[in-house]
Design a protein around this ligand. Structure first.
Ligand SMILES: *Cc1c(COP(=O)(O)O)cnc(C)c1O
Length: 401
């Protein structure tokens, strides 16, 4: 028997103006061309749903059904989702509490699974059949896997220097993969043009309302894992910013539900690469919207996003929480990756390594203290990324050991 859950979705709201949009219809951006946020009947949810019963369920992020938009269980695509572990960096920081939330354990090896699983399920529920998206790598693989699992068609467009492993993994999962001679925002413009001609539905970051709901589960899961409290500070590798925005939304909803025992909200830190830091620049200038970053470059492809449609939501989230934005050089990222792998046995992705480098820098600058609990997001398995060559030649006929 298929288990159904109560659905509390009421409507969608423009993230900038708050203008109401109806649920039950296909939406892209709001009428103001800004991201739409899903809204729920939280007072009713509070009366009817028990947080500990929800947390005791299996199914990884799907356990938060009442706080998610999908109404019918048949539209859900499950691939063995798990709650991702919090792993302490106790050798590198014996006196501090530094926890890595390792999102590389999710299906397709990255936290893109959270957002895309929800976006694809909602697309199915709303009757769409062909989904398209630009990607720097991980999002494409997650879209392709979840869409295929629900019998839907997908088209993925990526810059032609996207790592082969991402392109091949995405293609193996069934998507049509196009390698374009441009950056991610150029690919996005092409996908948008195709969507306007009715070729497919555009599933770009924040250009439809539900990826954010999937990423929101990182905040819900973190709160439950920390016994319904939250860390002092969260370091998030910020590209399109879906996860940072989603977690801020999760914390607001948890507060409104009264599900937190300790109601302090973490300072949110947006981590970017020095070669692509539009949010850091806007933060430092005190601006609410970020200018496009020219000639974006960093080997941390997941945060190589020169323009984010949710820029103001990221910046609001950082500022309202008392957090900050910080840029890290590629060399520092590489060093951080080596240090954590060698000392802690944890192979981070470059974007995750950037959050560790940012933590070290923030500690050195006094922005974070030793007695504060910090959570760093490692968003993908380190196994998907190029590694330095290694191994020493051995002549088995020789006698030296
Ligand atoms: C997508 C991605 C990011 C950025 O996530 P956003 O929520 O879009 O800012 C960071 N790291 C990796 C590995 C990614 O795939």
């Amino acid at each position: 028997m298929i288990q159904e859950y109560a659905n509390f979705l009421t409507h969608l709201e423009c993230g900038l103006s708050g203008e109401r949009h109806e649920s039950g219809q296909v939406h892209g951006l709001s009428r103001a061309q800004k991201p739409l946020l899903a809204r729920y009947d939280l007072p009713k949810l509070k009366e009817n749903v028990d947080r500990d019963e929800v947390w005791a369920r299996d199914g990884g992020f799907w356990k938060w059904r009442e706080l998610l938009p999908v109404a019918k269980t048949k539209n859900i695509c499950a691939l063995g989702e798990v709650d991702t572990p919090l792993i302490g960096l106790s050798r590198l920081h014996p006196n501090a509490k530094v926890l890595v939330k390792d999102e590389g354990r999710l299906p397709t090896g990255s936290f893109k699974a959270r957002g895309l699983a929800l976006a694809v399920a909602m697309a199915k529920e709303l009757g769409l059949s062909h989904l398209a998206m630009p990607t720097n790598g991980n999002a494409g693989a997650a879209l392709s896997a979840y869409a295929s699992r629900l019998g839907m068609q997908s088209t993925v467009v990526c810059p032609d220097d996207t790592p082969a492993i991402n392109i091949e993994e995405t293609a193996l999962h069934g998507a049509r993969v196009l390698k374009a001679n441009g950056l991610i925002n150029d690919c996005g413009a092409w996908v948008k043009a195709g969507a306007e001609q009715g070729k497919w539905f555009d599933l770009s970051t924040l250009k439809e309302p539900y990826r954010i709901e999937g990423k929101k589960t990182m905040g819900l899961e973190l709160a439950a894992q920390m016994k319904w409290s939250l860390p002092d500070v969260i370091f998030y590798p910020t590209g399109g910013g879906t996860g940072l925005i989603g977690m801020c939304k999760a914390f607001e909803e948890l507060l409104e539900l009264g599900w937190l025992d300790k109601t302090d909200i973490p300072r949110m830190v947006a981590v970017q690469a020095e070669g692509c830091a539009p949010i850091v620049r806007a933060f430092e200038r005190g601006e609410r919207f970020a200018e496009v970053w020219p000639d974006a470059h960093t080997f941390a492809a997941g945060i190589r996003v020169p323009a984010a449609v949710g820029d103001f939501l990221i910046l609001d989230g950082v500022r309202n929480s008392g957090g900050f934005a910080i840029a890290i050089g590629d060399e520092q990222i590489e060093q951080a990756r080596l240090a954590v792998a060698r000392e802690e046995g944890l192979l981070l992705c470059p974007e995750g390594a950037a959050t560790y480098a940012a933590y070290v820098q923030a500690r050195a600058e006094g922005l974070v203290t030793v007695d504060e609990t910090a959570v760093l997001f490692n968003c993908a398995t380190g196994l998907k990324y190029p590694m330095p060559g290694a191994g020493i030649a051995l002549d088995l006929k020789g006698q030296t050991f």
